[in-house]
Ligand binder design. Structure first.
Ligand SMILES: [Zn+2]
Length: 58
């Protein structure tokens, strides 16, 4: 899913990190939380819940 897309840069060394990587490939600094795959899964689940909830209440 995430493939080799490199959108984020390491805040420490500026290395382009792989999306979803938990640490920088160059300096091994832990990546920011928004570069984790889990964070986006939670975002997607939350967004889905927010969209589905009003439909369930109708
Ligand atoms: Zn780095």
């Amino acid at each position: 899913m995430f493939g080799n897309t490199r959108l984020f840069r390491c805040g420490y060394c500026g290395h382009h990190m792989r999306l979803g990587a938990e640490s920088c490939g160059a300096c091994y600094t832990t990546s920011p939380f928004w570069n984790r795959a889990g964070f986006w899964l939670v975002c997607a689940a939350t967004a889905t819940a927010l969209v589905a909830l009003p439909l369930l209440l109708l």
